[in-house]
Every structure is written in C-alpha cells, then in structure tokens.
Design a protein around this ligand. Structure first.
Ligand code: ADP
Length: 597
C-alpha cells in the first residue's frame, strides 16, 4: 500500500517567508503612514493659509474705511479699530491685528495696542509688503506662543493703508493634526493586520506543498519507496509531486526487483552443496551458507544469534584461513588451495572482490576423492613393493641363464625377457619413489653441496655420455654452491633431468648450470641439444605415465614417471619448474628453488 504524505509540520521556509512578508508589510505601512501624514499636513497647512487669507480679505472690507480715515485725515478711529478687532477676533476665535503702514499697531484682539511694539519688522508684514500677502509659522513675542500668521496689505488706489493680520495658535493646528495622525495610524495598523493575515494564509499555502515534498523526499531517502505526495493542483507543485511520485514508483519497482533477485541469489547460495563463506579483510564473517554451517568444525550460535559479524576463528575451529587473508592482503587475486577442517579435506577457491574489499571462499569437500587417491596410492605402493622381490629374482635368473646360454635363438628370447624385466624394474622403482614422496610428511632438510652432488651424478652417467660421445658441461656459479634441501630428493631431481637429457640427445651437448636467483633462491638449468618436445605436448609432460613417443620411450627404457617425480620434488621444496623446447634443437628445464627452505 502506498502511503500518501498528508500532515507535515511547518518548516523554517514558512517562517522565513512569513517574516519577510511581515517586515515588508510593516515597512511599507510605516512609509505610507509617514509620507501620507506629511502630505496631508502640508495640504492642510496650505489650505489653512488660504482660508486665513480669505478670512483676512473678508475682514479687510470691514477695516478698510477706518484705515482710510486713519491715513487720510488723522481722525482718531484707532479705538474703533481695536474694538472691531476684539469683536471679530472673539467671534471667529482667531487673533486679529490691524497694523499701520509704518508698523504701529492700531488694534489687536488679544492685547492692548499701546503695549505692543512696532510690527514693521515682523516677517509676515515684510512679506505682505513685498507680495501683497504672506503666511508664516513662528513664535509670538507678544503672546509667548507659536502661531500661524497671515498678513495682507490693504491699499487703495495703490496707496498702502496698512496691514491686516489674522493668526491662530499652533496648538489648535497641532491638535487637529494629532487627531488626523491618530486616525491615519489606526487605519494603517488595521490595513497592516489584514495584510499580515493574508500573508500568513499565502505563506502557508506556499510552504505547505514544499513541506509535503520535503517530507516525501526524506521518506524516500530513508528507503520508504511507498511514499506518495498528495498534491492535486495543476501548478508547478502539482507537476513536481507527480514527477516525484513517478520516481518513487520506479524506485519501488526497481527495489522490489532487486530484492527478489537478491532473495533468489541468497537461496541459491544457501542451497549449493559447496560451503560458501564471505569474509572481510579482518576475517569477520559477512555471509555463510547452510553447507558451511554443517561443516564439522563450525560452532553454531545459540538461540537467535547469527554467525554474521563474528570472526571466523570464533566460529570455525581447527582451520586456519589466515594464510589466505595474508596472501590476499599482500597480492589481491584469486587462489586455489587444499585445506583441512577437522577430518575433512576441502578444495578452497578464493575470489577477492576488490570494490567491496571482501573475500569469497568456496569449499568443495574432496575428502572422498582424497580417500580414493590414498587407496590407489597405497595399492600401487603395496603392489610395487610386492612385485619388487620376485622381479629382482626373475632379473637375476634371466641374467644367469643368459650367461649360460649359447644358442642364438634362446639367447634372443632371453634378451627380450631381460629388457622387459629391466623396464618393469624401472617402473616399480619410480612408482616406489613417487609413493614415497607422496606419503612423506616431513623433509629431511640438510645442507647440500651442489658441485659435489652434480659431480656424483655425472659419474653415474659417465659411461652413457662417453658411449654417445656427448659433451657434458657443468657450472655452479659463486653464491649457489649450497642449498638447504632433502638431499635424496635433490639427487632424484638432478638424476631424472640429466637421465632424460642423455636419453633424448643423440649427439651434441648437455649443460647443467646453477646460478643464484634473487637473494634467497637458486636457479637450476638442465639443457640439451637433443630431439626436443613438440609444443602441443609440453603442457602434459609432467603428468604420470605421459610419454611423447611410446615406442621410443620403451626402447630407451623410459617409464613416463621421471618428470612427475621431478615436479613433485619441486613442489615439496616450494619451488617452480618451467620447460622450453624447440623440436630438433633441444630442451631446457629451469628449476627455481629457495636456498633456505
Ligand atoms: P620418460 O621416462 O619416458 O622419459 P618422463 O616423465 O621423464 O618419462 O618424460 C616424459 C616425456 O617427456 C618423455 O617421454 C619425453 O618424450 C619427454 N622428455 C622429457 N625430457 C626430455 C628431453 N630432455 N628432451 C626431449 N624430450 C624429453
């Protein structure tokens, strides 16, 4: 069942987005509030100035006749002017001041003109003289308060009659502006709150799909491929959700497929007859199959414990896999070796998985095969041993009969019997040597002097060498005179190689060379200029009873066992043997042995 992502908690994106909107809203509201108040204030003041001017102009009609009288014939109408100023000032709740052209105050609604100083220097009066009318906001020296003054020049026939000044207290203006400010502030706050609410809803609707997608992606990343996103909209979010759902579906399919394949593979690995063990380079078990668990030396865990994760030596008693691990660590590659676990013998093939740094070991139980081999070996050894005594007797009597017999026909038959008995004797001797090598558990290691050994063997073959007229050259280079080995086996090695070289070289030269090889090895080269071995036979010549040319081998007394013995000796001494040969030109055997085994 697919699980759609429904509820998600808020993510920082929401808060960031919402906070950003809030900051913007309040910043803009603040700006709008500030500039609109400033504009409104300016507009209001301009309007007030114009209204004051209108009031001054209206009042000028009342004061004009009196001012005319004051300037034409100096009649004392000043008290009348003052009375009118007080009357209209009170009525209109404004201050009215009437000023003579020279600045003398004729009348004032607030004070007695006699107590007032000359007003010619007042900025509004100066302004009115220049521009007919002027408005100014300033401190009143008379009333000791801030006031808005508007003065107009009153003239008749271009003759200035004086000034009419109307003024109101700034306090009144400020009160009005404060009220305006308060209302504007309330409006701004209300609008900001509505905008914030809209921003909240918008931020939520914007961040919700993001949070859904985030949650789904994190679920998928955790391996829950059944996760689906439920966004139905047709916008980018809807498209993204659909693409992610498709991706999750594909991942789920792929994962299921892989899991199935893995399960199948695991069940195959579990069921194969060979024991399977996967180790890391420290020797910790990564996997092992049922067959491995049934091995004699394996200690199965109790209860629900698994073998995986434990070191192999805690689990597998009586088996040492360390040489494998060491080999792999030194030179990663694939190896094949025999290994004994309890009473069973296994052919163990190892494969190194470089990428995973793991070692796969497959154990094939070859105990029955080994048992058959052992029985065969024992039989051959027993038979050879049993045949040896009667054969020696037969050979001895045939030789005696040959010495006594004069008749050519009988001598011919006796010679054939002697030849075959000799061959049979050779085969039995070789078989006994081979079975001796195979059964030998330990080598009799001793220091062997190679020049001496080669010399002794040369003596054994001297008559054959002379008979064939061969040139026999030996050379032991300094540093390769001595080797620690099984003296008898080393003698067998040289004997067989030199015996073959003489056997298969009709004329020419035989060379035995020993040189140091690296720091702790020696190289033995036995080469001849004989008949050579065809290339196709080279891979098989070390096999038992393998002969290239049967009739020739029989004639020369060959058994097909000589090189098997040599190979066996080389292997026991942890060495290597190689052969190179050219038909008709000669053969070269190269043996490399460790100096101190
Ligand atoms: P054999 O007793 O027949 O010599 P070996 O096991 O010693 O058996 O050798 C196997 C075969 O390898 C021989 O039959 C021979 O054909 C070939 N062979 C071995 N050594 C030489 C050599 N030096 N020159 C040519 N052929 C050789």
């Amino acid at each position: 069942m697919n699980s759609p992502v429904k509820k998600v908690r808020f993510y920082p994106t929401f808060f960031k987005f919402f906070l950003c909107n809030l900051v913007l809203i309040f910043l803009l509201s603040g700006c709008i509030f500030f500039f609109s108040f400033k504009t409104l204030k300016g507009f209001y003041l301009r309007q007030l100035e114009s209204d004051m001017k209108k009031v001054a102009l209206s009042l000028s009609d009342i004061f004009l006749p009196y001012m005319e009288k004051m300037s034409a014939a100096p009649l004392n109408v000043q008290p009348e002017i003052n009375r009118l100023a007080k009357k209209y000032g009170k009525r209109l709740k404004i201050r009215i001041t009437v000023i003579a052209p020279d600045g003398t105050v004729w009348g004032d609604s607030e004070r007695s003109p006699q107590t007032m100083e000359n007003h010619a220097n007042r900025p509004e009066i100066k302004g009115a003289l220049k521009r007919q009318s002027a408005s100014i906001l300033r401190f009143s020296a008379t009333l000791q308060r801030y006031m808005l003054y508007t003065a107009i020049l009153i003239s008749k026939d271009k003759k200035p009659l004086g000034y009419l000044r109307v003024s109101i207290f700034v306090k009144d203006i400020n009160e009005l502006l404060e009220r305006l400010k308060k209302q504007l502030f309330e409006l701004t706050i209300t609008l900001s709150l509505i905008a914030s609410l809209i921003a909240l809803v918008f931020s939520k609707s914007f961040s919700n799909p993001l949070a859904l997608v985030m949650k789904a992606v994190s679920d998928i990343a955790k391996g829950n491929f059944k996760t689906r996103i439920n966004i139905q909209s047709q916008d980018e979010w809807g498209q993204l959700a659909r693409h992610l759902n498709e991706m999750a579906q594909k991942l789920e399919d792929l994962f299921n497929e892989l899991s199935l394949e893995r399960k199948e593979l695991k069940s195959i690995m579990e069921r194969i007859q060979a024991g399977l063990l996967v180790l890391d380079l420290e020797g910790r078990i990564i996997f092992c199959n049922q067959s491995f668990k049934l091995f004699g030396g394996v200690q199965l865990p109790r209860g629900n414990d698994t073998l995986e994760g434990r070191f192999y030596w805690e689990v597998l008693r009586g088996a040492d896999l360390n040489p494998f691990l060491q080999k792999i660590r030194q030179k990663p590659g694939n190896y094949l070796e025999e290994i004994t676990i309890k009473s069973n013998i296994y052919l163990c093939s190892t494969t190194y998985m470089k990428r995973r740094k793991q070692l796969v070991l497959i154990f094939h139980d070859i105990t029955p095969l080994k048992e058959i081999q052992r029985v065969k070996r024992d039989l051959v050894a027993n038979v050879s041993h049993e045949l040896k005594t009667p054969l020696t007797a037969i050979r001895g009597f045939v030789e005696t009969l040959l010495d006594m017999e004069e008749e050519p026909d009988k001598r011919h038959y006796l010679e054939i019997i002697e030849r075959h008995t000799k061959r049979l004797d050779n085969i039995i001797k070789d078989l006994l040597i081979l079975s001796d090598l195979e059964n030998k558990k330990e080598l009799n290691l001793e220091k062997v002097n190679l020049p001496k050994l080669i010399n002794e063997i040369q003596t054994l073959f001297i008559s054959r060498i002379k008979k064939k007229g061969l040139l026999f050259v030996t050379e032991v280079a300094p540093g390769a005179e001595e080797i620690k080995a099984d003296a008898f086996q080393l003698e067998q090695l040289f004997f067989n190689l030199i015996d073959n070289a003489i056997k298969y070289t009709p004329k020419g030269k035989i060379e035995v060379k020993v040189t140091p090889f690296g720091e702790d090895k020696i190289k033995i080269i036995v080469s001849d200029s004989g008949i050579g071995i065809p290339q196709e036979h080279l891979p098989y010549i070390f096999e038992r009873f393998y002969v290239v040319n049967k009739s020739r081998s029989r004639k020369s007394g060959g058994t097909g066992l000589g090189l098997s013995i040599v190979k066996h000796i080389v292997q026991i001494h942890k060495g290597e043997i190689k052969v190179r040969s050219k038909l008709g030109k000669g053969t070269k055997f190269v043996v490399v042995l460790p100096k101190r085994l």
